[in-house]
Write a protein that binds this ligand. Sequence first.
Ligand code: TXA
Ligand code: MG
Length: 306
Amino acid sequence: MTRACAALEAGQLVGMPTETVYGLAGDATNSLAIAAIYAAKGRPRFNPLISHVSNLDAAKHLGYFAPLAEKLALAFWPGPLSLVVPRLPRSSVCDLACAGLDTIALRVPAHPLAQALLTQFGKPIGAPSANQSGRPSPTLARHVREEMGDAIAMVLDGGPCSVGLESAVIAVDGERATLLRLGGIARADLEAVAGPLLNPKDEAFAAPASPGMLLRHYAPNARLRLSADTARDGEILIGFGPNFPAGSFNLSPTGNITEAAANLFAILRLADAQNPTAIAVAPIPNWGLGEAIIERLTRASAQDSS
Ligand code: TXA
Ligand code: MG
């Protein structure tokens, strides 16, 4: 446990047992650790991660709990339920872990080793299921070692997961609750507490099906101009790699794509805060997390022009 905490503190990743499935755990306040999670999973884009905390009090430092969200938390935490709630501005979780959304997914797992890790680490832990993207979720420590190899510092072996299905994910928006993902708690049990749950496809809830697009993403106010080499009049330049002027924003002066992902949302915010006519973004290579960075930038630029 001590070694696992030290690894997390150093920005490394740890295989964490929960009662649902094993998670690929990283410090949710450290965008480099979160970027390493996306890289290790081979995620095609920055899907938002669940932030794990040890109890409801800790969760309330990160997200806003309307009465309905609190009722669900009191009924099912600790346990296989994740709640998507409005993210508090003072939340310590990095933008990348929330994929730039203004909501946050929170979960209090029941597994004793997850509880021990969260309590001892004392900070929120971002953890997707510890499988390669597109592969089944791991339910044994051995699966995590097979899937993740050198990407993790260690696995805490908590035995086989008792639930074996991912957590149910419910988004609570005021007094509306939407079941985003079926999981380790039956719909009937959830509805016994929350009342009828909306379906993401319900017409009343005009949300696109893709979780990454579910709720409003952080998009800069300024227009984005992609694949730019220099800034035009009134623009701010965000560079990538060594060929950009010192003193301008740079996603990674050394050209490290994982570092670029870690810096993306924070640098976009800083650039936007200067109220430029547009933000010019350097060409980003299409390998590793580059694909996800480009997808995110393209979406932000399209959103702005519509
Ligand atoms: O059981 C579980 O939930 C496991 C263990 C490790 O906790 N974790 C897990 O994480 O399954 P992952 O990343 O594989 O799935 C998280 C789900 C995704 O479908 C994601 O889109 C959704 O939660 N999600 C996270 N944050 C969200 C947000 N702000 N809005 C909407 N959906 C969100
Ligand atoms: Mg998963």
